[in-house]
Design a protein around this ligand. Structure first.
Ligand code: ADE
Length: 227
């Protein structure tokens, strides 16, 4: 998979792709993430990328020219499965979207900034607008990093234990069960007895019950069809 991130602040998130699982995925050639500084595409002599809103008021709006040029430079080289704009008014990102995107070949993510981007970019060039939650960030970079991280770990071969993504919270609309490791007792805090029984069938049932219980208690909204 290839992910192209268009931003005026690549430094803000580049580092988040250079560690741990995501770095290994890149090293293995399972994903390639490219950063494109929108300013590099500006034809303005001062490399300006924003201007006043015609509607007046505070806040600058990102102009069409450098963004259109950056998108054009990329789409002229390959076909993109999705051209995403990160925005608080978009559809809320979730595990289903991450699953869907993890099988895509090429994704482009345009990070918004300032008061927003010229509406005509959204109308003519963007195929999907996505928010990572009902709060406003200073820019779309962190949203792009969050989405890319959730997508990349689902690409087959990225997680060392293929089944571990299947037992993630949300993968089947249930929260994950609790996990424990050694020691079996620490200062009187004990691991649930059943986990020490060695009976995998009983343990699996217990884990499923724990998932259901946790979901009922913490996220009952997820539970349709599980009772
Ligand atoms: N840009 C600013 N806030 C955002 C959010 N919540 N999600 C995605 N992009 C954003």
């Amino acid at each position: 998979m290839r992910i192209d991130i268009l931003t005026i602040l690549p430094e803000l998130i580049q580092g988040s792709f250079e560690h741990s699982i995501i770095k290994r995925a890149t090293d293995k050639g399972l994903v390639k993430v490219y950063f494109h500084n929108i300013r590099d595409y500006s034809t303005d002599k001062h490399k300006k990328v924003d201007d006043y809103a015609f509607s007046g008021g505070a806040g600058m709006v990102m102009t069409i020219q450098p963004i259109e040029a950056a998108i054009e430079a990329l789409t002229s080289q390959r076909k993109y499965d999705e051209i995403i704009y990160t925005s608080p008014d978009g559809e809320t990102f979730n595990q289903q979207i991450a699953n869907q995107y993890s099988s895509f070949e090429n994704i482009m993510i345009l990070c918004g900034h300032y008061k927003g981007i010229d509406q005509r970019i959204r109308e003519h060039l963007i195929t999907r607008e996505i928010s990572i939650g009902d709060y406003v960030l200073t820019g779309g970079e962190l949203a792009a990093a969050v989405m890319a991280d959730a997508i990349i770990r689902l690409i087959p071969g990225v997680l060392s234990d293929e089944t571990s993504a299947l037992s993630d919270s949300f993968q089947d609309n249930l929260l994950s069960p609790p996990v424990y490791t050694r020691p079996a007792e620490y200062k009187g805090w004990k691991v649930p007895e059943i986990l020490l029984s060695g009976n995998t069938k009983l343990i699996d049932n217990w884990l499923h019950e724990q998932s259901l219980e946790r979901t009922k208690k913490l996220r009952p909204d997820l539970l349709h069809g599980h009772e």
